[in-house]
Design a protein around this ligand. Structure first.
Ligand code: GDP
Ligand code: ZN
Length: 294
């Protein structure tokens, strides 16, 4: 058997990238019986059935570190959350929603702010001053002036990455700057994404020329928080962590109306950014209203 990684799946065939090339594989029936479906991104062992025609069978699937639903990819380890400083206006509650979704999947998060060539009122510095103290790396990029593309490449190197963020912020442009082959490989990415919404769920991993894999569709196309419990939301605001246990009600404190809440005190003292706390309350209310309706 040889080791490899599934980079594409179409109609029951899995395309497994190995040291000796790409193999078209079926999956062993045993997976179906155990209700395991191989996923793009899975590290697998395959047996070769036909070396000449590069055909094989997926025999074993390694335990997954992470498992995204949208796009359906295993073992993604990092999310690059992309927003523009302008055009469209960055809404921090939307940024925080992406962060919550990525934190929940246990991904490392880097915030990319594009269009810094349009930044005439220092939006980049403002956003950076909120998120860096929380523990997130913030990188400013201009696709137009090709600024800091190298810094983004460093984040991609040897990782399996999903890009996420609203449309129009420059995700496709950035991918094209990062790897000139990307355009060739995918055609027009944004067209493809639009089409993808109406067809079957699609996912594919692309190998970057400098090492690293990137999902060809943006992450978290569904932004719903429906399956998050209100009490768990605070765990996805990582800067609350230092205070969570100091509240009067300990881990049961939801940091909203409780007395002697260490998180609320930290917001007042400026140790937690007010903008983040406001997003937290907004998302919390959304979760609670959603739950009440059903
Ligand atoms: P996506 O929907 O996130 O994939 O965004 P696109 O890559 O399609 O970009 C949306 C629009 O923003 C296009 O018209 C791009 O030319 C433009 N754009 C992308 N990056 C930049 C940038 O860094 N600076 C400026 N000024 N425009 C950009
Ligand atoms: Zn509290």
């Amino acid at each position: 058997m040889i080791e490899g990684r599934i980079i594409k799946g179409i109609g029951g065939f899995y395309y497994v990238d190995t040291e000796s090339g790409l193999y078209e594989c079926r999956a062993r029936g045993i997976f179906r019986k155990n209700k395991i479906t191989p996923l793009v991104g899975d590290f697998v062992k395959i047996s070769i059935v036909d070396e000449e025609n590069k055909k094989g069978v997926v025999e074993e699937i390694a335990e997954r570190e992470t498992e995204l639903v949208r796009p359906p990819i295993a073992n993604v380890n990092k999310a690059l959350i992309v927003f523009a400083v302008k055009n469209p206006t960055p809404h921090l509650s939307l940024l925080d929603r992406f962060i919550v979704l990525a934190e929940r999947e246990n991904l490392e998060i880097v915030i990319i702010l594009t269009k810094i060539d349009l930044d005439d009122d220092n939006t980049f510095e403002k956003i950076k001053s909120i998120y860096e103290p929380c523990g997130y790396k913030v990188i400013g990029v201009s696709n137009l002036e090709k600024k800091n593309i190298d810094k983004v490449k460093e984040e991609l190197k040897d990782n399996t990455v999903v890009f996420a963020g609203p449309s129009g912020v420059g995700k496709s442009s950035l991918l094209n700057e990062i790897d000139s082959n990307f355009q060739l490989k995918t055609g027009d990415v944004s067209d493809k994404i639009k089409r993808g919404k109406h067809t079957t769920r699609h996912a594919e991993l692309f190998e970057l020329e400098f090492g690293g894999m990137v999902a060809d569709t943006p992450g978290f196309s569904s932004l719903t928080l429906d399956d998050i419990e209100d009490i768990d939301l605070k765990d996805y605001f990582i800067e609350f962590e230092d205070f969570n246990d100091e509240c009067k009600f300990g881990s049961r404190c939801i940091h909203q109306n409780e007395p002697r809440c260490a998180v609320k005190e930290a917001v007042e003292n400026g140790d937690i950014p007010k903008e983040r706390y406001d997003s937290y309350i907004q998302l919390l209310n959304e979760i609670r209203q959603g739950k009440r309706r059903y």
